[in-house]
Design a protein around this ligand. Structure first.
Ligand SMILES: Cc1cc2nc3c(=O)[nH]c(=O)nc-3n(C[C@H](O)[C@H](O)[C@H](O)COP(=O)(O)OP(=O)(O)OC[C@H]3O[C@@H](n4cnc5c(N)ncnc54)[C@H](O)[C@@H]3O)c2cc1C
Length: 98
């Protein structure tokens, strides 16, 4: 998914910016393709935009990870091991882990 020149605002509404391009990949394969496509440009990852600071601001390419939200659990040597997507919301993660 590619969105050109959108306005992005954080949760608190105190930060907004307009990057050149926003991409919201749906898989790790797509992420790799995007990184290759925009190699050499300034790429900024964003999560849920809950931070209040300037940290998420990106003026060039913004990588929106909202769709990378998998929660995979497995047993490794008798212990539960969880692998979480970078865009997973904490509330969903807690529900899945419970
Ligand atoms: C109502 C509310 C309550 C909060 N309570 C707490 C609290 O109790 N304790 C606490 O510690 N914080 C709290 N926070 C702050 C919040 O948890 C942090 O700001 C956190 O960073 C938000 O995560 P995010 O995914 O929204 O990050 P974003 O705001 O999207 O991004 C933050 C930074 O991380 C970078 N980033 C995001 N994802 C990636 C990635 N996958 N790879 C590399 N870089 C990445 C971004 O580029 C940016 O620099 C609260 C915020 C709100 C709005």
């Amino acid at each position: 998914m590619l969105i050109e020149s959108p306005t992005i605002a954080n949760f608190g509404g105190n930060l907004s910016f307009v990057p050149q391009i926003v991409v919201a990949p749906k898989s790790e394969t797509e992420i790799i393709e995007i990184l290759k496509q925009y190699a050499g440009r300034k790429i900024r990852s964003i999560g849920r935009l809950h931070s209040w600071s300037e940290a998420p601001r990106g003026d060039d390419v913004v990588l929106d990870l909202r769709h990378i939200n998998h929660v995979k659990t497995e047993l490794r040597e008798g212990r539960v091991w969880a692998t979480i997507g970078a865009g997973c919301q904490i509330k969903r993660l807690l529900t899945e882990l419970e």
